[in-house]
Design a protein around this ligand. Structure first.
Ligand code: F0G
Length: 429
């Protein structure tokens, strides 16, 4: 790789590493982050956000991408190095139904399920796969609860490199498994949970010179930051009061917070919105650490029907927790019942999202009910994945067969006799 205007810095100690070095962790074991030299981009950044607004009108993929449009803030690779679909450009929805359900009159939802592979992971993945190729790797790998692997598989296929997926056997949603297989990734089902698959893939990548593209990889975080950049752009660069998102491995919240801090560092923001991370109650190690003001204690066994966030030992907990504490942010937890009822409402509003995404809406509802968020505050929630990612759980809910939850808003299919009279009898019911 040619010389780059950034370095990798440890989040815990003073050690720094050159951008050209292949590293995911510091020698001390802590995670790394990309540190930018803004002076190399000062002239452009001094022009303010209008530069990025103009790029929205361009026909070039690199400008149309909701990640690379912000390349001077994300990662200044050369255009020829970028592997993009392009991604981003996701919609921001308002819904009277969801305003009434949550009690948040100013709620809008950015639907990251509208990315090319149906989840927010494409934003980080376009950067990680571009860097993998720039570093000369022909093989990439990740552990996943399904969305990271779907995204990696698609971008690796586009780049013409091999992809290896490590998934917890029988524990990921079918739509996601289908994507991994269809895009041609070698898919390895591990007898164990996500946390075990994560540990294993890190070992395999180190032993076998395969590039690791989990959010442990600091470049994934740089791309993921663009979620916040595009959200602010959608809002005309005016800050909301709150940004609310689900938390699993905690890459997304770490990235969002890093992006916001950097906007303040370069002088574009003088205050920051409050960020609320919502965890499933059965997979809540950040919630516990936040409320007890302790280091994170991994869960031996995470349990939630929202399989995307069924994670007991999140890799990026320290980055996320530090950012939340520094911004007056918070962590809330919601039950599977709350998640699936919120999902039924998001779906019935005509928006639709996968279960983990709807922890966001369940969380907003709970935070309004407790008085933490005021009904008149401007709240932006992130929906992280597409409705079709997990059709099995959606159908189970509407048929009242989802384990351990009551289907409060069920819309089950009905049977009617195959005749005009039979159907009309049913319609009149
Ligand atoms: N929502 C969805 C739909 C996800 O797929 C994930 C994570 C999250 C929320 C949580 O985001 O990990 O950045 O805190 N999915 C990962 C995966 C773990 O492998 O696809 P996070």
């Amino acid at each position: 790789m040619p010389h780059r205007p950034w370095i990798l810095g440890c989040i815990d100690c003073e050690r720094r590493y050159a951008a050209e070095e292949v590293r995911y962790r510091c020698e001390c074991g802590a995670t790394l982050e990309v540190r930018h030299d803004w002076t190399t981009r000062r002239a452009l950044l001094d022009l303010g956000p209008s530069v990025f607004d103009q790029r929205r009108l361009s026909r070039e993929a690199i400008d149309r991408s909701g990640v690379w449009r912000f390349r001077e803030l994300v990662l200044p690779l050369a255009g020829s190095e970028v592997i993009t679909k392009p991604e981003g450009n996701t919609n921001l929805y308002c819904s009277d139904r969801l305003a009434a359900y949550t009690g948040s009159a100013g709620l809008s939802l950015k639907h990251e399920g509208e990315n090319p592979t149906g989840s927010f992971k494409d934003r980080g993945m376009t950067v990680a796969i571009s860097v993998a190729c720039a570093l000369g790797f022909a093989r990439v790998a990740c552990a996943s609860t399904g969305n990271t692997s779907a995204s990696m598989a698609a971008y690796a296929a586009q780049a013409g490199i091999e992809a290896y997926v490590f998934i917890p056997e029988g524990k990921i949603a079918y739509g996601k498994l289908a994507q991994s297989l269809a895009y041609g990734a070698r898919t390895i089902q591990i007898e164990g949970d996500f946390d075990l698959a994560m540990k294993l893939v890190e070992e395999v990548c180190r032993a076998d010179s395969i590039y690791l593209v989990n959010s442990l990889n600091p470049y994934r975080i740089e791309g993921q930051k663009a979620i916040g950049l595009e959200l602010l752009q959608d809002l005309g660069w005016r800050l909301p009061d709150w940004i609310v998102l689900p938390g699993g491995n905690l890459g997304n919240s770490s990235a969002l917070l890093k992006g916001l801090f950097e906007l303040r560092e370069i002088g574009w923001l003088d205050r920051l919105p409050r960020v609320a991370v919502i965890q499933a109650a059965g997979a809540n190690p950040l919630y516990t650490a936040f409320h007890n003001r302790t280091t994170l204690q991994p869960l031996a066994q995470a349990e939630t029907l929202a399989t995307a966030i069924k994670i007991g030992n999140p890799v990026s907990w320290k980055k996320s927790l530090r950012g939340l504490l520094a911004t007056h942010g918070l962590v809330e937890q919601v039950s599977d019942q709350e998640i699936l009822d919120a999902k039924a409402q998001v779906d019935a509003a005509g928006i639709g999202a996968e279960p983990a995404s709807c922890a966001t809406v369940a969380g907003v509802r709970k935070l309004i009910a407790s008085g933490t968020i005021r009904p008149d505050e401007r709240v932006c929630g992130i929906l992280t994945g597409h409705l079709l990612k997990d059709p099995d759980l959606t159908i189970a809910y509407h048929q009242s067969t989802a384990l351990g939850v009551t289907s409060n808003f069920a819309n089950p299919p009905v049977r009617a006799e195959a005749s005009l009279a039979g159907v009309r009898r049913w319609l009149r019911r």
